[in-house]
Every structure is written in structure tokens, then in C-alpha cells.
Write a protein that binds this ligand. Structure first.
Ligand code: UN1
Length: 511
């Protein structure tokens, strides 16, 4: 594809790069220094409609290929993601601010998901099911649902699009994708990769833009399944919209107010390490990041001293540098949100232990004054009080220490006392405590003696309570993008029914 690089990047619809109907453009900015990374056409409702037209038209031909042939297109992308690992890792870091090992891990997670989905094309896709009648063969078969709409977040701008799209495509669906407006450059690169594979026109479509374009995907009833990863607020709106519509499916993965239980039997090296990783990696901007550390009174003082020490000194800085632990937040509006929650915590009367909300001039790397910087904010609060700061998701390095005095039952009660249920962890050397947590923690992803981040793609990924519906990752996504059909074949010339139902046709002449 040749294009004038001074022109804004375009949408990819029906195998073509199009400017779309809208007049507006928007830019992508490096959150670490404010540098403009690219300008993009902003998609409109009619651009989405055009993409859905293309996806609907392409549906039957694509579904008519074998899954193995469909997977061939994804294998090309798999190799390209691997070959361009370093380069793409830096793009991720530049566009969303995660430190470089995380930028690269995002790309790795993407090719892992592509590998899973494309490899799965050669695995059995249904079940042979017994019948009461020996002459009957019964099967569970799968069919693609049709057009899948994918709405993905900025914090995993390469991995999560492939969680959604790799499986949807290999299973025989066509796709209309809207990436987050903060990370359109990653979206552009992924679209170029699909274009390079020669995938049939209309099978993969990209519309860049904001919530109105995402909403147009949700509103279009030709979109059979919507896969969404993002905020609980938007996710629940999507679920409400689609809930009442026959034949439309939705799978959602949303946020959390994730907790880590550190019992009196914890190894404190493991506890501090797990808590720091969970709270500060990605600057607290993972759905699975932890903002609540629930610590037994016997180990509280020592844990607090050690955790506070790290939070005071954890390296915030240029995410492209390998000695940085925490990069910037994604955008200024998000800095304001985190500050509002820090202030809310102060107003709610918590005891602030670390306040690096305003980084010192010496801490902000040279040339990065325009970055969206905040450091850790750590406080202790009453575990039993119904404070907003300890119950609402902040999505930043805003961490509460909650001391408890009873047994593991009490810790898990505090842990579960939030509306969300995405991820969590327990740190203990006592297997009974660990098993109690495993069996009673209300979360979709649970860990023992580990951080509560960093799930591998072959695991289900999704939450309970306000955190999700379905699990848009690996095997579970297949449920959202396929229909199951029960297929029964009679090998006899006689019709015999199950359940003892008579198959005899009686006529009036029979009496
Ligand atoms: C997210 O938190 O938004 O488990 C996704 C993890 C990653 C995915 C996180 N595999 O931390």
C-alpha cells in the first residue's frame, strides 16, 4: 500500500483503505511526552454501517472455507508479530505508555492467542453424543454466528484485539473492529497485517474512532455477537442494549477492585513482591491490577513497612528505558480521575502513607514534561467501613492497606465485599487457607502466592459480579462466536423415537 504519509490514516473496510464520511480527524499521542504519533480519520455511524455491510456480504464465503484454511491467514500474522517483536513492543510502549517489557509482552500475548486460535483449527470442534436409539448418531456441531463486533481497550492494544478477533475469524465469523481511540496506531498496524495476508475483502474491517462508532456497532442488529473489553460502565450499557434482542450475543470483560489477601502465614517476600507487581505494573492500569491489600494484623506492621518502602522508591519514568518500573498514565483526563480518587480518600479520612501524586521535577525524565505522570498513592483504611475509595475502581496506582484480625474467613469476607469480581490472590504458606480462598473468593481469576496479573491466554479470562459476562478469551470465546447445533442422523429405515415416545401413526381406520 502506498500512501502520502502527511495524510491521516484511514479505515480499512471491504479490503480498501477509506477515509470514511466524517470530516473529523483525531491524533494519537505518546502519553510519556505528548508527541503526536499519527492522525486518523474519525469513524462515523455510516462508516460502521459500511463496514457491517461488507462483513455481512463476506460472511458466507468465509464460513464456507475450512477452519484450517481460515487459520492460514492468522499464521501469517503470527509470524509477523514474532518477527517484528522489538519494533511493535516499542510502538505499544510509545502509544500506551507501558514500560518496554510490558510493551513487548503485549505483542507476545497477541501471538500466543493467534497461535491458540489458529492451532485450534486442527482440533476437534464438537462432540459425538450418545443416543438412546442404537440406530441414531448424535453430534454437537458448531457454526459461526456471523458478524462479530469487537470493541477493544487501549491498555493491551495488540493482545486484546487478537483475543477477540483471532478466534472469531478462525471459527468462521467476519469482523468489524473499533480499537480504543487512544491507540489507533496499533490498530493501523494490525489492519496493515491483515491487508498483507490477502484475507478476502470484507472479512476483517477496521473503523477508527470513539464511543459513537463503538455504539454504532452495538446498535446494528446485523452484528450477531459483540465482544467488549473495557470499563464496567460501558460494558453494562452494552449488555442492557443487547440483552433484550433475540439472537444477539455479548461477551464482556470489565474492570475490578481486585484484592490480595496476605495472611499471618504468608512469606512476606512473596507477599511484598506480589503486591508491588499487582498494584504498580502498568501503573495500575490493568483490569486485574490490585487496589486492595488485605493484611493480617500479625504481619501488618512489617508488610506495611516493606510495601511502603518500595512504593516510595519504585522507579517511575521513561517507559522506553529498561530501568523503569512504572510509565505514565494514558491521558490527562485519567490523571485527573486518579487525583480525584486520591482526594476522595483523603476526604474520607484514610491515613495516607505514600503520596507521590505530584512527582518532583527531578523524577520527571528530561523531555517528558508533557507526560501524564503520577506516582504511587498508598493509604491505610478501615477494612469494614464502606468507603468509596476502597470500593470503586480507580485504574491507577492507588492502593489501600486493609488490616484484619480474624481468620481466613474474615479476610475473604472483606475481599468479597465489593461489587466487582475479576482477579485476586492469596499469599500464605498454609494450604488450608489457600484452599479456603480458592473455594470462596468471588473472582474469575484467582492466584496463590503470585501477583494477580499476568494470566496466560489458554486460561479463561473473565469476571463475576460487575466484572463480566462470559469470558472473552481462548476456549470460552468460542461459545460467544459460534452456535451449537445438535445434529441427529437416523441410520435405519424405521423411525424410532427416544423417551419411549410412540412412532406409530394411527389413523381412524385403525380402530
Ligand atoms: C487487563 O487487565 O486489562 O492477566 C488485561 C493479565 C493480562 C491481561 C490483562 N494477560 O494481566
Amino acid at each position: 500500500m502506498s500512501r502520502d504519509t502527511t495524510e491521516p490514516y484511514r479505515h480499512y473496510v471491504d479490503g480498501e483503505w477509506i477515509e470514511g464520511d466524517g470530516e473529523e480527524t483525531f491524533t494519537s499521542q505518546n502519553p510519556a511526552n505528548g508527541e503526536t504519533l499519527g492522525t486518523f480519520h474519525r469513524g462515523t455511524e455510516s462508516d460502521v454501517r459500511r463496514a457491517v455491510d461488507a462483513a455481512s456480504d463476506a460472511e458466507s464465503e468465509w464460513a464456507g472455507l475450512s477452519a484450517i484454511d481460515r487459520a492460514e491467514y492468522l499464521w501469517e500474522i503470527y509470524h509477523e508479530l514474532r518477527d517484528r517483536h522489538e519494533e511493535l513492543g516499542r510502538v505499544v510502549t510509545k502509544e500506551c505508555g507501558k514500560e518496554i517489557s510490558e510493551g513487548k509482552a503485549d505483542v507476545t500475548e497477541a501471538w500466543h492467542m493467534v497461535e491458540w486460535a489458529a492451532g485450534n483449527a486442527r482440533h476437534p470442534h464438537g462432540d459425538v453424543v450418545p443416543s438412546e436409539i442404537p440406530e441414531k448418531d448424535a453430534y454437537m456441531r458448531r457454526q459461526p454466528r456471523g458478524v462479530v463486533g469487537c470493541i477493544t481497550p487501549w491498555n493491551f492494544p495488540v493482545a486484546i484485539p487478537f483475543w477477540h478477533m483471532a478466534i472469531a475469524l478462525v471459527e468462521g465469523n467476519t469482523v468489524v473492529w473499533k480499537p480504543a481511540e487512544q491507540t489507533p496506531w496499533c490498530g493501523q498496524i494490525i489492519a496493515e497485517m491483515f491487508d498483507d495476508t490477502g484475507i478476502p475483502d470484507g472479512v476483517f474491517n477496521l473503523v477508527q474512532g470513539f464511543g459513537d462508532a463503538g455504539n454504532a456497532i452495538v446498535e446494528d442488529d446485523r452484528v450477531d455477537t459483540v465482544l467488549f473489553t473495557g470499563s464496567a460502565e460501558v460494558g453494562h450499557q452494552i449488555a442492557d442494549k443487547l440483552g433484550g434482542q433475540a439472537g444477539r450475543e455479548v461477551s464482556l470483560e470489565m474492570g475490578g477492585k481486585n484484592g490480595i489477601v496476605i495472611t499471618e502465614e504468608a512469606d512476606l517476600d512473596v507477599a511484598v513482591h506480589s503486591a508491588v507487581m499487582s498494584s504498580f505494573k502498568t501503573t495500575g492500569q490493568r483490569c486485574v491490577s490490585s487496589e486492595r491489600l488485605i493484611v493480617h494484623e500479625d504481619v501488618y506492621d512489617e508488610f506495611k513497612r516493606r510495601f511502603v518502602d518500595v512504593a516510595e522508591s519504585v522507579a517511575v519514568g521513561d517507559p522506553l528505558e529498561e530501568d523503569t518500573f512504572m510509565g505514565p498514565l494514558i491521558e490527562e483526563a485519567h490523571v485527573e480521575k486518579v487525583r480525584r480518587y486520591n482526594q476522595l480518600a483523603r476526604d474520607e479520612g484514610v491515613n495516607v502513607l505514600v503520596d507521590r501524586e505530584e512527582l518532583g521535577d527531578a523524577e520527571v525524565p528530561a523531555g517528558h514534561e508533557e507526560g501524564h505522570w503520577v506516582g504511587p498513592f498508598v493509604y491505610e483504611a478501615d477494612a469494614h467501613e464502606n468507603l468509596r475509595c476502597t470500593h470503586e475502581e480507580v485504574f491507577g496506582p492507588h492502593v489501600a492497606l486493609l488490616e484484619y484480625s480474624g481468620d481466613i474467613e474474615e479476610a475473604v469476607e472483606i475481599h468479597n465485599d465489593v461489587d466487582y469480581g475479576l482477579a485476586g490472590a492469596v499469599v500464605s504458606e498454609d494450604y488450608r487457607q489457600i484452599n479456603y480462598y480458592r473455594d470462596n473468593a468471588e473472582v474469575g481469576l484467582a492466584y496463590g502466592n503470585l501477583p494477580c496479573i499476568g494470566a496466560e491466554v489458554q486460561l479463561p479470562f473473565g469476571g463475576v459480579k460487575r466484572s463480566g459476562k462470559g469470558a472473552p478469551s481462548a476456549r470460552e470465546s468460542i461459545e460467544a462466536v459460534t452456535e451449537r447445533t445438535a445434529w441427529t442422523l437416523n441410520n435405519s429405515k424405521d423411525i424410532e423415537m427416544a423417551q419411549g415416545l410412540s412412532a406409530e401413526i394411527l389413523t381412524e381406520d385403525d380402530d
